[in-house]
Design a protein around this ligand. Structure first.
Ligand code: GLN
Length: 496
């Protein structure tokens, strides 16, 4: 990759790089202090318990990724990607401005919802314009995505450092305000840059370029979409009325969101498998996509605990004094983007080196590696929490090593998964299946939130057992992938 990265790229890529960098600055910056703000009782926070705040955190982060489905649809059908990014950015900025106003919980939730809606509009569309810059696909497009992934992580790094510091040390709302300024900078970059360097791109909604085939498909999609909405409303009503899930509480709402996400993804996969008009080869490839979906959801469910259980661990059980100064606990989240920035080129070079020796691991093996590394990281947390339950502060190196394992795992699954989805998806379903990829992130984020509900201060003794559960489940799934990698690779029908 380093040689590909040094190739000349169109200036448009850097416009998207900086726009996405500032958007991620605002997203991860705000996210870094979200849980702390929700549980805070002394500095003007929301004084919620861990279970309630983790559920809200889970619903929020899951919605951000779930809303990429309507966001992608709006761009494809009505707005075109460029307008979707522009309006999405404005909505995100307004959301952060609302959060910056210290005006009670109703206003706060309005702000949170606004940010989620805007991100759903911006996030999928900015990535697809990156792809559009390289219609020929191939290695240059892969290299462009690696550069773009660096932008994402540079933004996260700066956001967590600046918004995290301002929010934790000065005032929560000042932190949220800084996130708004970040998004404003992203909008300025996008406005000025896209006029000159993204001319004619993402302007016409792709669905407007219709063929009889695509019209028939969109008719069927519409009917199925309506059917699914009715099914979901019916199911949620039954669950609420029978008392199975109480959606008037944050925890119940998180479970309801889980039902929605699982039903949407299961019905979509069933539809495409049995009514999508696929050949045998394509059906087998979709089976692989289902396995990768489950794997990525599980991966993010562990990884995204950086903002939930691991954030609580950093705040309450980690030694953070350096030369008489206490490091803000949210800064620990910064080890993930920092390690991405350091190790992304290393791993990319490793894959190229292994390919040159015809030893490049197959997609299921890389996913297995990612999950096993994640599992190991949680065994590290079991050891750390065994120290913490005795009432001692733990060395920061436990969390740092955990995040190191997370990131190496992330680099085995995230970029690989993104490109494998574009390669394995039947051509006419590529953009919908890209949406489903983000639904995997949505499910993972939700689980990360629901799971952290067990981390209330009075349940402290259960911490090792909770981390142990994550460690065992993720390692076991990884081992299963490792055992069955050959048949899975066979189903991929020649794609690697
Ligand atoms: N960190 C990456 C981003 O923000 C991937 C996140 C995800 O898909 N869960 O784009």
């Amino acid at each position: 990759m380093p040689s590909q990265i040094s190739q000349k790229h169109p200036t448009g890529l850097y416009v998207l790089f900086f726009a996405e960098m500032w958007e991620r600055f605002s997203y991860y910056g705000m996210r870094a202090i979200l849980l702390l703000f929700l549980i805070d009782t002394v500095k003007g926070g929301m004084s919620m318990n861990a279970s309630e705040s983790a559920a809200i955190y889970g619903i929020y982060t899951a919605s951000v990724y779930l809303l990429t489905l309507p966001g992608g649809w709006l761009a494809d059908n009505i707005l075109g990607q460029k307008k979707a990014i522009w309006y999405g950015g404005i909505v995100i900025m307004i959301g952060h401005i609302i959060l910056a106003v210290p005006a009670g919980s109703a206003i706060f939730f309005l702000g949170l919802t606004t940010v989620a809606v805007g991100t759903g509009l911006l996030k999928p569309n900015i990535s697809s314009i990156v792809g559009e810059l390289y219609p020929e696909g191939g290695a240059r497009r892969d290299a462009a995505f690696s550069i773009f992934y660096m932008g994402i992580n540079l933004g996260s790094f700066l956001g967590i450092a600046i918004v995290g510091y301002l929010g934790e040390r000065i005032s929560w709302h000042l932190g949220f305000g800084a996130a708004a300024i970040g998004m404003l900078l992203g909008l300025v970059v996008f406005r000025i840059g896209s006029e000159r360097h993204l001319k004619g791109m993402g302007e016409v909604p792709p669905a407007r370029i219709s063929t009889p085939e695509s019209d028939a498909q969109s008719g069927t999609n519409k009917k199925l979409g309506y059917g699914l909405v009715i099914l979901l409303i019916g199911l949620l009503t039954v669950l609420q009325l029978s008392g199975t899930i109480d959606m008037t509480t944050a925890q119940g709402l998180a479970k309801g969101a889980g039902v929605i996400i699982v039903i949407i993804s299961a019905s979509y996969f069933l539809f495409i498998l049995f009514a999508g008009g696929l050949t045998r080869v394509e059906q087998k490839r979709v089976l692989v996509l289902i396995i990768l979906f489950l794997a990525i959801a599980l991966f993010w469910a562990g990884y995204e605990q950086a903002g939930t259980s691991l954030q609580i661990f950093a705040e309450r059980h980690t030694q953070r004094m350096v030369g008489g100064w206490e490091v803000p606990s949210s800064w620990f989240q910064n080890f993930q983007p920092t390690f991405v920035l350091i190790f992304a080129p290393v791993l990319a070079s490793l894959w190229i080196f292994l390919s040159s020796k015809s030893l490049n691991p197959s997609i299921p093996v890389k996913f297995a590696a990612g999950l096993i590394l994640l599992g190991l990281s949680f065994f590290v947390m079991v050891a750390a929490s065994n120290i913490a339950v005795q009432g001692n502060l733990t060395s920061p190196f436990f969390l740092i090593f955990t995040y190191f394992l997370h990131t190496i795992g992330e680099l085995c699954v995230s970029p690989v998964g993104l490109s494998s989805y574009t390669k394995l998806a039947p051509k006419r379903y590529v953009s919908q299946l890209m949406g489903i990829w983000f639904v995997g992130a949505s499910l993972g984020n939700l689980i990360a939130g629901i799971f952290a509900g067990g981390f209330d201060e009075e349940n402290v003794m259960q911490m090792p057992a909770l981390f142990n559960q994550v460690a065992i489940i993720t390692t076991a799934f990884g081992l299963l992938l490792l055992i069955f990698w050959k048949p899975i690779k066979g189903w991929m029908g020649g794609i690697s």
